[in-house]
Design a protein around this ligand. Structure first.
Ligand SMILES: Nc1ncnc2c1ncn2[C@@H]1O[C@H](COP(=O)(O)OP(=O)(O)OP(=O)(O)O)[C@@H](O)[C@H]1O
Ligand SMILES: [Mg+2]
Length: 495
């Protein structure tokens, strides 16, 4: 029997202005879980899309079980037992969950009549087996981002693949769903399925993978047994230098209360929320998915209407009933679902970055100062290490993590007094995370305030001055920095 399920040999892929992969040799043993890690834009997704037949023009050779294969499209990949869980969801919003899963291979009888009952039943069975609580009838656009991720996973698993590629499958999942996914991965492994696992959460790499390959700037740096390496070693190989500290320290002063939230109620979603936010403060919001964190953020920003309660900004009662009002009161929100709500993907990096604060780059609000616009954009590209061939590149051509950086830069540049960040570092590599933390500190040092929602406990703890814990639409606790520890927060979150 051949040792390797997959051999990718001397793979080179060039996009206009970018050599995404440079003679990559990537070998995966049968039945192992193989981690593929690297900074944003390193080439991970590109390599996997080649394997899935998404890109058919490249140099190099691919062998499956020792046999050379030609992968011209995704059907070829499927025939060779390869299935990819996409980093950017690949679902059709207006269709149901069941339709999305079986699209392109819907079962019909001799007359071509579709057996809807069977299709729905199969989807429902699949979800039950996976332990995911989603209805096969649900329309995809009504699902939360975590649920969309689960549908993606189910879709990939439904074809009985021999090689499954997971491109950041946990980026939008919570702890309990991640545990379910890991259980599925272990079961698949027992059945001899080979798994390629991409993630920026290095703890996961150590929990679930056997082998780790590091990719940097389109080249393979090393392939090692995961149990023989360490987080620090991987980071060093990824970024080319060591990072001694995960969270920067910040010397700053916390000032007066800038935002007061009193008895805020939104029917069925938020129940008598009370808290305040001070100038120069980073307030973390922790809680499980569905605890009301995102809803609270949207309400303060004006994206959702309130039923009752009071909002005071700088001692003035304000009515925020539209996002325009939010902006007027200098509140900004970086949403969790950035692809839909954060970015105009067909526009250039330059346009996306300055779109929210054109005032800053125009003369007298009339004429665009192109030089200044470029200067600002260049500055953020440098600060966040955005990997793009030019400012004119369309955002759709950037890697997932680099798109995230653009959305963040755009809102940091927007210069709001109160910035709400919903999962700001999702999909962002370790090095760039640190730069984002530094930018957050830069903001609060000038007296601005940040509300940060994050599912990554170490991040909320590492960055917040205070943490508000939510559960079932209520505030379950508020903890000062000095009292914060993970157990306390988990306990409050679970209730
Ligand atoms: N369709 C495309 N057109 C042009 N350039 C592209 C395209 N897809 C990817 N690239 C470029 O190729 C490089 C590798 O991108 P890729 O998406 O593979 O990175 P990645 O390792 O998956 O990063 P991330 O962790 O951010 O998802 C990047 O510089 C990216 O900008
Ligand atoms: Mg990617």
């Amino acid at each position: 029997m051949h040792e390797f399920a997959l051999e990718m040999m001397d793979i080179t892929k060039v996009f206009p202005g970018v050599k995404a992969l440079d003679k990559v040799n990537f070998n995966v043993k049968k039945g192992e879980v193989h981690a593929l890690v690297g900074e944003n834009g390193a080439g991970k997704s590109t390599l996997m899309k080649i394997l899935d037949g998404v890109y058919s023009s490249y140099d190099g050779e691919i062998r499956i079980n020792g046999e050379k294969v030609l992968l011209r499209d995704t059907n070829d990949a499927k025939k060779n037992g390869i299935s990819l869980i996409f980093q950017e969801f690949n679902l059709i919003p207006s269709l149901s969950v069941a339709e999305n899963i079986y699209l392109g291979r819907l079962e019909s009888n001799k007359l071509g009549v579709l057996n809807w009952k069977r299709i729905k039943e199969s989807a429902a069975d699949l979800f039950q087996a996976l332990g995911f609580n989603i209805s096969a009838d649900a329309i995809v656009e009504n699902l939360s981002i975590a649920e969309k991720q689960m549908v993606e996973i189910a879709k990939a698993l439904s074809i009985n693949a021999r090689i499954i590629i997971m491109d950041e499958p946990t980026a939008a999942l919570t702890q309990s769903e991640i545990l379910k996914l890991f259980k599925i991965i272990r079961e698949l492994k027992c059945k001899g399925v080979t798994i390629i696992y991409i993630s920026h959460r290095l703890e996961e790499i150590f929990e679930i993978t056997d082998t780790t390959t590091v990719l940097r700037d389109g080249q393979i740096i090393d392939t090692v047994k995961t149990c023989n390496t360490s987080k620090a070693e991987i980071i060093e190989k990824m970024v080319g230098r060591s990072i001694d500290r995960e969270f920067p320290v910040c010397q700053k002063e916390i000032g007066e209360t800038i935002l007061e939230v009193k008895d805020l109620i939104r029917k069925d979603v938020l129940k008598e929320i009370n808290f305040n936010l001070r100038a120069g403060e980073i307030l973390g919001i922790s809680g499980l998915v569905g605890s009301g964190r995102t809803e609270l953020a949207r309400t303060i920003f004006g994206a959702d209407a309130v039923d009752s309660g009071e909002l005071k900004i700088k001692n003035k009662v304000v009515r925020i009933y539209s996002t325009l009002q939010g902006k007027k009161n200098s509140v900004a929100l970086v949403p969790e679902d950035r692809k839909d709500q954060g970015l105009v993907v067909n526009f250039s990096v330059l346009l996306n970055m300055t779109i929210c604060n054109l005032k800053k780059v125009t003369f007298k609000n009339l004429i665009l100062n192109k030089r200044k616009e470029k200067l600002v954009c260049g500055e953020y590209i440098k600060k966040l290490g955005v990997k793009t061939p030019s400012m004119q590149q369309k955002c759709i051509n950037l890697s997932g993590g680099n798109q995230q950086k653009i959305v963040l830069a755009k809102w940091l540049f927007a210069d709001a007094d109160i910035l709400i960040l919903d999962e700001p570092t999702r999909g962002i590599d370790v090095g760039a995370k640190f730069e984002i933390y530094l930018l957050m500190h830069e903001m609060v040092k000038t007296g601005k305030s940040i509300i940060m929602i994050s599912s990554e406990l170490p991040e909320v703890i590492g960055m917040s001055d205070r943490i508000l814990v939510m559960s079932e639409g209520k505030v379950k606790g508020c903890f000062e920095k000095k009292d914060i520890n993970p157990e306390l927060i988990m306990k409050a979150a679970i209730g």
